[in-house]
Design a protein. Structure first.
Length: 210
């Protein structure tokens, strides 16, 4: 089994990354071969609409644009599982999450009948980190993000979403203009809930990578 972990956060070691690193350990605990990729380290954009993947005779599920993401896409479609993490910025996933999904969707979409050209089975785990509390996620974000989640269903595997709420943004709030949040409350939630989040991420990584 091959599991690819994709960090769509610009932070290499913060909440999203820590969840993904725990999920990676879970995948490895069941014998999966893993690869961890920080998307913000790569040079790429969303789809350029060059239409090369729609030419007659083009290889299905292959992006022909020459950038850092194209070879990663090839490895994704050869994998058994992908674990993707993104922070929620301004009520949405990060720009690199969007760009990745856009590229994955376009190369697998048939312009003959709108079917999916990918015929394999790709399990997908999605980890979302946010400053918002659970109630706000359930009432607002969950429905707003549903189309993005549904897009991964086309790849034929299990799709599991794990939201992580009310995350700790910085270690010392007194150094920033961040008066909208109560530092003590943030730290209490982090100390109580984040170890559980890491354990859950480990289990999801293991479950999807069996």
């Amino acid at each position: 089994m091959k599991t690819i972990i994709l960090n769509a956060s610009p932070r290499r070691n913060s909440n999203t990354a820590q969840l993904l690193q725990s999920a990676q350990k879970g995948a490895e605990s069941v014998g999966a071969e893993t690869e961890y990729i920080n998307l913000y380290d790569l040079n790429f954009t969303g789809c350029r609409s060059c239409m090369a993947c729609k030419r007659k005779g083009a290889d299905p599920c292959k992006c022909y644009w020459k950038d850092d993401l194209s070879p990663v896409l090839e490895r994704i479609f050869e994998a058994d599982t992908i674990l993707i993490g993104s922070p929620i910025y301004l009520g949405d996933t990060s720009s690199h999450f969007h760009a990745l999904l856009e590229r994955m969707d376009f190369v697998t979409l048939s312009y003959n009948d709108y079917s999916c050209l990918f015929k394999g089975k790709l399990n997908v785990g999605i980890f979302l980190t946010m400053n918002a509390p659970k109630q706000y996620y359930e009432e607002v974000y969950r429905f707003k993000l549903q189309d993005q989640i549904d897009a991964f269903e086309r790849f034929g595997g299990s799709v599991k979403v794990y939201p992580c709420f009310d995350t700790l943004q910085v270690k010392d709030y007194s150094k920033y203009e961040m008066g909208a949040w109560n530092e003590q409350n943030k730290k209490e939630v982090h100390e109580k809930e984040f170890p559980k989040n890491l354990k859950d991420a480990f289990n999801i990584g293991a479950e999807l990578s069996k």
